[in-house]
Design a binder for this molecule. Structure first.
Ligand SMILES: Cc1ncc(COP(=O)(O)O)c(C=O)c1O
Length: 419
């Protein structure tokens, strides 16, 4: 049985959530903008460390890192220092056409990123994760030709139409949107899966331009690929001379206790997509995929946000200097162990993950939604993933005390669910 780290008195509602300001902003927002993937009425004002404060002064322990995009939490002094540096006329061009003009920030972030990436790589900077994927597949098409691409069931690669073609995590993301030619294979989570060799027969029968996959599916339900499955894909990509693209937009930048989730599999990609925690989108590619003429890829703002590039560079530096890869492993193991201990309670059917990328799967969407919303009211932010799972991704700076508080809130909430 898990140990509760909370006094009973702590397990009461803070204030009415959402508070009046938050409720009013959400109402106004819905009138003027598309109500997209908002899970609960959180209206962010500020934050410090692993805590986010809303516009009514309510404080939330953040187990989402803004979907992995804020690995150092909030108000990190070194990051605030960088932002301050850009608040002067010395750095008056804070944003520029980054594929049309050069700046020093390109060099700094590029060198840092390549220092932690596969050897013999170069990088193309862009705005978002979807565009990092979009440009990864363009590099592959450019070299191999306009053939179908392979991706996995349950994968999420973004929502621009190219990237979306290879996304298959939720129906709502796909219905009525046309697709580029795609061949899908099962995303195998067990070495014993009978479909683990499905790719081999597919590659024997069809010529393809690339194989694109996540190694840990985030949006699709926090599914961890089997080691054999990923190693097999690498071998087949080599055998059939097909570029292998790993999408590290969510799982990369130290989230799993290594820089890239693929490192847990002992293989490397030919091309990878990075974004979120890096603050800018980036397609990192083996030099053999460099287009032989300029102008093949570009974008006005891509590689143009100098503040984001400076912050991304500093994030890599801090992850190294503050030992945040090992913190991710250590706190990740603590979270995982405590959640594994309560499998079987009130519909919690599985717990899985690596480092600070952890999923809790329930037997129904109803329990999952109850837990997510109840935790929000208790002051802990977690996100849904897939159909009936919860995604837990705290900032990499999280300490044991914060982890223990989150564990107690999650375990107590699950325990108190009445079917
Ligand atoms: C694995 C993966 N790829 C691509 C994307 C798309 O990134 P963005 O939302 O920045 O376009 C996401 C976003 O969640 C993701 O998780």
């Amino acid at each position: 049985m898990y140990k509760s780290y909370l006094a009973a008195s702590e397990f009461i509602d803070m204030t009415k959530i959402p508070g009046p300001k938050a409720a009013s902003i959400v109402k106004e927002f819905k009138k003027i903008a598309y109500d997209s993937t908002f899970t609960y009425p959180l209206v962010i004002k500020t934050g410090s460390g692993c805590v986010i404060e809303d516009v009514d002064g309510n404080k939330f322990l953040d187990f989402t890192s803004n979907i992995g995009s804020c690995p150092l939490g909030y108000s990190h002094p070194e990051i605030l220092g960088i932002i301050k540096d850009y608040c002067s006329t010395k750095n008056g061009v804070h944003k520029m056409a980054g594929q049309d003009f050069y700046c020093e920030e390109h060099i700094k972030i590029g060198k840092r990123l390549l220092s932690i990436s596969k050897k013999n790589s170069k990088v193309f900077f862009i705005n978002s994760g979807a565009e990092a994927v979009e440009n990864a597949i363009k590099l592959a098409y450019k070299k191999i030709g306009p053939l179908p691409g392979v991706s996995c069931m349950g994968d999420f690669h973004g929502r621009t139409l190219g990237a979306l073609s290879f996304t298959m995590s939720k129906k709502v993301q796909k219905t009525n949107f046309p697709e580029l030619p795609v061949k899908r294979i099962k995303f195998c989570t067990a070495d014993s899966d009978p479909q683990i060799n499905q790719l081999e027969s597919l590659l024997r029968e069809h010529k393809v331009a690339f194989i694109l996959t996540e190694t840990i599916q985030g949006e699709g339900g926090l599914n961890v690929a089997s080691k054999l499955f990923i190693q097999n894909i690498r071998k087949l990509a080599d055998k059939f001379k097909v570029p292998l693209i790993f999408d590290e937009v969510q799982s990369g930048m130290g989230r799993t206790g290594k820089w890239w989730a693929y490192e847990h599999y002992g293989v490397e990609p030919d091309i990878m997509s990075v974004a979120k925690a890096l603050q800018v989108g980036a397609t990192v590619y083996d030099k053999e995929y460099e287009p032989d003429e300029s102008g093949v890829l570009s974008s006005t703002w891509g590689g143009g946000d100098r503040i984001d590039m400076a912050v991304g560079t500093k994030i890599i530096e801090i992850i190294v200097n503050d030992g945040l890869l090992s913190n991710s492993q250590r706190i990740g193991n603590m979270l995982l162990k405590n959640f594994v201990d309560i499998i079987g309670i009130k519909g919690l059917i599985d717990v899985r993950g690596i480092g600070l990328m952890i999923g809790l799967e329930f037997d129904t969407k109803t329990v999952r939604d109850y837990v997510v919303n109840r935790l929000f009211k208790k002051g802990l932010l977690v996100l849904p993933a897939g159909i009936k799972s919860i995604r837990i991704m705290p900032p990499l700076i999280i300490n044991e005390e914060e982890a223990a508080k989150g564990i107690s809130l999650i375990c107590d909430t699950i325990n108190r669910y009445h079917k």
